[in-house]
Ligand binder design. Structure first.
Ligand SMILES: [Zn+2]
Ligand SMILES: [Zn+2]
Length: 165
């Protein structure tokens, strides 16, 4: 999928929507990197850009912390400039962050209905799967492979019919 960066006009339109739910997390609608953070441009993190636009300049040596622990969120009210030491103290260690994460990297909630709990086959650790992401992924996969899937379904159907007669 092509990387989609938002124009200032896109952002303004989206912001007007977001403003209706000021307390909610605002999942970045543009490109999201593998690290789970939105990108404003290839080299600028979306939540940092949003902080600068709506809260002010980021002081030297400070990093922007998500109070909501939702990396993809860009709601300036959920962002806070902290020193790197503070950020480490808050437990940004991978394990602590994973256990506390309430949203998947694309910003869907890890709610009862949206989460499948299982075990990671690679390391034996408990793992959570976001069902919304899986559905999205399956839909995208299906679109890409429509012809192949249809051929397979048709073949299966023919086989079933052949077995019946
Ligand atoms: Zn948030
Ligand atoms: Zn998800």
């Amino acid at each position: 999928m092509a990387r989609r960066y938002l124009s200032p006009f896109d952002l303004l339109a989206i912001y007007l929507e977001w403003r209706k739910t000021p307390k909610a997390c605002w999942p970045w609608p543009g490109y999201v990197g593998r690290d789970g953070y939105g990108r404003y441009t290839a080299h600028q993190l979306a939540h940092r850009r949003m902080y600068e636009m709506f809260r002010g300049p980021i002081p030297d040596g400070h990093t922007i912390d998500h109070l909501c622990r939702n990396r993809v969120c860009v709601n300036p009210a959920h962002l806070e400039a902290v020193t790197r030491a503070e950020n480490v103290m808050r437990g940004e260690g991978l394990c602590a962050t994973n256990a506390r994460k309430t949203h998947c990297p694309r910003g869907h909630p890890y709610s009862q209905e949206n989460t499948e709990r299982g075990v990671d086959a690679r390391n034996g650790r408990p793992k959570r799967t976001c069902l919304q992401c899986r559905r999205d992924w399956q839909r995208a996969y299906y679109r890409r492979n429509r012809a192949r899937v249809l051929a397979r379904l048709r073949a299966a159907y023919r086989q079933k019919n052949a077995a019946r007669h």
